[in-house]
Design a protein around this ligand. Structure first.
Ligand code: FAD
Length: 390
């Protein structure tokens, strides 16, 4: 009797409450924000007041103290209610790969200093691992941190690429190398205060990147030029970066992807409604087997992806860091998310390409999943190496 697929009634309630909130407060204006590449500042404030910025963070640090599964349920609700998937991404990056690593790996002093600001949404967080020449080969990064002779500061030099929230972040967790090692050796994570909106000396945003999807989530190239960081801002110890990065990426591949389950549910509902309403040859297109098969596979993909994501969150709740399960969930969800979004466009015919139907945007937004947080190819490599032991 140990296998239990149900959420508790409280978790269901949280999911529904977040869905309703997001539908009312986050979704409106998504089309314009997509066109203009604008971040939803008003929505950010409202989501912060609603308590979405620090869900699993303990109450003593200003969070809600939710367990991982409740947090995941809330993220699914966010994806279902908010059509602004860029907003969902920004919130996810802030929470899952900035606030959570500080909570998991920070000293008491760091947690007291940073978590209340992040959990209240007053400060926005980001995670800087990728570099212009180190993407999939993340541990080939070149950003360097050198300790000053008095041992009080690190001097940071390097460039980070494609950083979600980068241009508007108050804190960026930056992966850099201390010493001359290669690969995982010397990798260290620093908590970097950017000073946003008045960037500190040594920090700048080289470019805000214009993207095809997730356009309301600011993505930037960040430059560190002799940036002085207090030595106390090392996260989790010098040389422990690889361990922290793998752990953070595992959280990302389990929890940051959860809103996509909600978006997929929304997409399926939209496709069902449209196929029942749209008539061709004197009957609803839902009567055609070709459309039925697409709808059937969308449901299959959704349910399979859901349970992989739920299992990943459940493992975390048990205190298990399963790199394998997180990669499986992330790979499957990304690939079927794109397929589903593509089929939704096809079911909508010409209207699927028209902006106001909000279907083409779903396809553009879906594309990121198989790239961000490690590409699908890299997830396959992780899965294969883990099970082959090579
Ligand atoms: C919108 C957006 C937001 C992002 N947010 C963040 C963020 O917040 N923080 C952050 O640190 N990064 C972020 N990223 C970066 C993202 O994680 C990287 O883009 C991704 O890891 C791939 O790196 P790359 O773009 O350099 O591609 P590359 O690594 O150059 O890959 C190019 C192609 O080669 C393939 N490839 C590379 N190596 C192998 C291999 N060994 N075997 C098989 N195939 C391989 C890849 O799968 C891909 O198809 C973001 C990216 C985007 C687009």
């Amino acid at each position: 009797m140990a296998l239990d697929f149900s959420l508790t009634s409280e978790q269901e309630q949280v999911m529904e409450a977040v869905r309703k909130f997001a539908e009312k407060e986050i979704s409106p204006g998504s089309i314009e924000r997509d066109i203009n590449g604008e971040f939803h500042w008003e929505g950010w404030k409202k989501a912060a007041e609603f308590g979405l910025m620090g869900m699993p963070i303990p109450e003593e640090y200003g969070g809600q103290g939710y367990d991982v599964i409740t947090t995941m349920a809330a993220m699914v609700g966010l994806g279902k209610g908010s059509k602004d998937q860029g907003f969902n991404l920004s919130l996810g990056a802030h929470l899952v790969i900035c606030a959570i690593p500080i909570w998991q790996w920070g000293t008491e002093e760091q947690k007291k200093k940073y978590l209340p600001k992040l959990a209240s949404g007053e400060w926005i967080g980001a995670f800087g691992l990728t570099e212009p020449n180190a993407g999939s080969d993340a541990f080939g990064l070149r950003t360097k941190a050198e300790l000053t002779p008095d041992g009080k500061y690190y001097i940071l030099n390097g460039t980070k690429m494609f950083i979600t929230n980068g241009p508007i972040a108050n804190i960026v967790l930056v992966a850099a190398r201390v010493g001359e090692g290669r690969g995982a050796r010397g990798l260290t994570v620093f908590i970097v205060e950017t000073g946003y909106p008045n960037y500190v000396e040594g920090f700048s945003v080289a470019q805000k990147l214009d993207k095809v999807g997730m356009r309301s989530s600011p993505t930037g190239e960040l430059v560190f030029e002799d940036l002085k960081i207090p030595a106390g801002n090392v996260l989790g110890g010098v040389g422990n970066g690889a361990m922290i990065l793998i752990d953070s990426l595992t959280w990302e591949r389990s929890l940051l992807i959860a809103p996509a389950i909600g978006s997929m549910e929304l997409g399926l509902e939209r496709a069902i409604k449209y196929s029942l309403e749209r008539e061709q040859f004197g009957k609803p297109i839902a009567k055609f087997q070709a459309i039925q098969h697409k709808i059937a596979m969308m449901k299959v993909y959704l349910e399979a992806a859901r349970w992989l994501v739920y299992k990943s969150a459940w493992l975390r709740e048990q205190g298990i860091q399963s790199v394998l399960d997180a990669s499986i969930a992330k790979l499957f969800l990304s690939e079927v998310g794109i397929k589903m979004a593509f089929d939704e466009v096809q079911i909508h015919g010409g209207y699927g390409l028209i902006r106001e139907y909000e279907v083409e945007r779903g396809l553009r937004d879906a594309l990121l999943a198989s790239i961000g947080g490690g590409t699908s190819e890299i997830q396959k490599t992780i899965i294969a190496r883990t099970i082959l032991g090579v």
